[in-house]
Design a binder for this molecule. Structure first.
Ligand code: HGA
Length: 605
């Protein structure tokens, strides 16, 4: 979500700030802006267009400065207008950028209005600006430390004040923020990616930290107020912009990268050993009696798929819960459960909060399935499995999902083996299946031309139903989510057996019904459900394994998948659904990589 960049330097820092925004833009793109400190007060350029436009605006107006802050916004409070774009000012003296939500902003706004502050934006952020301004007595670091004590909710902020032209102050609670150390210049960012290259080392701020960046160095105060030293880590070099190559969008590229990403994620071992998840995983796994998976969105569907694997292969009781629900409900904690959190970025606010909630309830055994080794989630959990999907730019997740599935399948087999439910022969078979997966995926990707033909029809629809059963029900859910996210067509998914309990009422000739049809034990049941749809005039679009012998006929369109791929079949079956959503969105002309109202890496609640 919102991206933050800040810098104090002795050179014009605007190009560095804008480059940082460019790298973070895919996370939030409602608006963007940069402010620099001048002796008359902060100056800013803002835009509701893209960072490229902001860059042009800055160049044309010779917008320059040695100290500044910058932001890309994903609006939570107030429309995506220029007026609500960050940096937000207070009385022409102070500027702030903010990622997060201030929950007590209404009460604070009233108190600040009573003190004579005028509010010119609809953002919650503006209360922080005025609050810090009201507490400023010549030292921005102190004013911010005092101000954050009054804030409820989540924030990562960067602040500058006209009277301290070589200082940037940052603070975080609930939203990520890192400090970057350069030579004779220092940086602030919501992700190290933004400042890699300019900063050689980064310091990950902890919850409640406030930092002060000057030309001379960095000071950090922890929540209690005392100054602390935090470990500085080397920043990996920025890999440069990810080239699109022959693809039209990053999403398409990332769909086609799945064989490679999965190949990179499968560990090069001949056996499934707990140590794949951490040095002490064997001991942890031996002590657990159940699993609790916490995740959001697509990662949640990876979790739902994993439940089928964990219960059937490892015979371990598994619950899956949407993180934003779990964190706020009264639940019965089980200290012997392994809490598994799933997140591409490892910064998903709801999942992090759910993890901390589980830990606060005494559930100490935790494992993250995550794509970012340096993320907050990986640092907070006892064990982890890193997916090696590479950077995912498209907001709609594809390769992150399938690599998460690989990690979760490996977890199921590892636990199954440890618990005596997976024989050496089965283990070898599962490994073979995994190793062959990239090649099998290439076979599915070759179906793209047939899917494009379907997409042209889907582009004219306003609704769609997705059906799956068993292991493929979560795949139907993911297919419907992909279609909604990028083509804006209303789509719902049901376990096919549930159709007659309600959604069948929606089926008419106008309703396309996408059916995931693997050749598994539920095939005959699924075929009956398909007949129920046909009997009501519904048009079926079936992705059927070749060995199901389901053939095209009137009202039934079939794309043949390779033959049934056993327990790993969901990883193959989701790919044509990604392609269907992608090509439908292209046919409708939407902004596929940056769908409306969404953003990557959901760091607000
Ligand atoms: N609440 C602020 C910042 C939003 C944000 O952090 N999005 O990721 C706003 O609406 O401007």
């Amino acid at each position: 979500m919102c991206g933050i960049v800040g810098a104090v330097a002795q050179r014009n820092i605007v190009p560095v700030l804008i480059e940082g925004l460019r790298r973070l833009e895919y996370r939030g793109y409602d608006s963007c802006g940069v402010a620099v400190v001048t002796s008359e007060g902060p100056a800013r350029v803002r835009s509701v267009s893209r960072v490229a436009e902001l860059d042009e605006q800055a160049r044309e107006s010779h917008f320059e400065g040695v100290t500044g802050i910058a932001h890309t916004r994903w609006a939570t409070h107030g429309a995506p207008t220029v007026n609500n774009a960050h940096p937000i000012f207070s009385r022409n003296a102070l500027a702030i950028v903010h990622n997060g939500i201030i929950e007590n902003y209404e009460a604070l706004r009233e108190a600040l209005r009573a003190k004579g502050y005028e509010f010119v934006s609809q953002t919650d952020t503006e209360v922080i600006a005025h609050l810090i301004h009201s507490l400023y007595k010549g030292d921005l670091f102190s004013a911010v430390r005092e101000a954050v004590q009054q804030l409820a909710g989540a924030y990562a902020i960067g602040v500058v004040h006209k009277d301290q032209p070589h200082t940037v102050v940052g603070a975080r609670a609930g939203s990520p923020l890192v400090v970057g150390l350069g030579s004779g210049e220092n940086f602030l960012a919501s992700d190290a990616l933004a400042i890699a290259g300019s900063a050689s080392h980064v310091v990950y701020l902890e919850e409640g930290d406030v930092c002060e960046l000057t030309l001379e160095g960095v000071r950090i105060a922890e929540r209690g107020g005392s100054e602390v030293q935090r470990e500085a880590r080397e920043v990996l070099a920025y890999g440069g912009t990810v080239e699109l190559g022959p693809y039209r969008h990053y999403m398409q590229k990332e769909i086609f990268e799945q064989p490679g990403a999965i190949g990179n994620t499968i560990p090069a071992t001949d056996t499934f050993e707990p140590e794949l998840f951490g040095a002490n995983a064997r001991e942890v796994f031996k002590g657990i009696d159940s699993i609790l998976i916490l995740a959001c969105g697509t990662s949640y569907y990876a979790g739902v798929t994993a439940k089928y694997w964990l219960e059937s292969v490892a015979k371990i009781r598994t619950e899956v819960e949407i993180a934003s629900e779990y964190r706020y409900r009264e639940s019965v904690p089980n200290p012997r459960a392994l809490v598994v959190t799933i997140s591409q970025s490892g910064e998903t606010a709801d999942t992090l909060a759910a993890l901390k909630h589980a830990q606060s309830l005494g559930m100490e055994h935790t494992l993250a399935v995550c794509n970012v080794a340096t993320s907050h989630m990986v640092r907070l959990t006892e064990l982890n499995f890193l997916t090696h999907a590479g950077r995912e730019i498209g907001v709609a997740s594809t390769k992150a999902f399938t690599t998460q599935l690989v990690g979760l399948f490996i977890l199921a087999v590892t636990l199954g083996k440890l618990r005596g439910h997976v024989s050496a022969e089965q283990e070898a078979q599962y490994l073979k299946l995994l190793r062959h997966l990239p090649a099998a995926l290439n076979g599915v990707l070759a179906l793209e031309p047939q899917i494009i033909a379907w997409a042209d029809e889907f582009a004219r629809k306003e609704n769609a139903l997705f059906l799956g059963r068993g292991l493929h029900y979560p795949i139907a859910l993911e297919g419907a989510l992909k279609l909604k996210e990028i083509s804006y067509i209303h789509a719902e998914a049901y376990p096919a057996g549930e159709l007659k309990h309600g959604p069948l009422a929606l089926v008419t000739e106008a309703m396309p019904v996408v059916t995931v049809a693997p050749n598994d034990a539920l095939l005959e049941k699924l075929k009956s459900n398909m007949q129920e749809v046909r009997a009501r005039g519904g048009e079926l679009y079936v992705f059927a394994d070749a060995d199901t012998h389901i053939t095209s006929e009137d009202g039934i369109h079939v794309i043949r998948m390779p033959e049934h791929y056993g327990l790993l079949s969901p990883i193959l079956h989701v790919v044509p659904l990604q392609l269907l959503a992608y090509h439908t969105a292209c046919a409708r002309g939407t902004d596929v990589d940056k769908p409306r109202n969404l953003a990557k890496s959901v760091t607000v609640e």
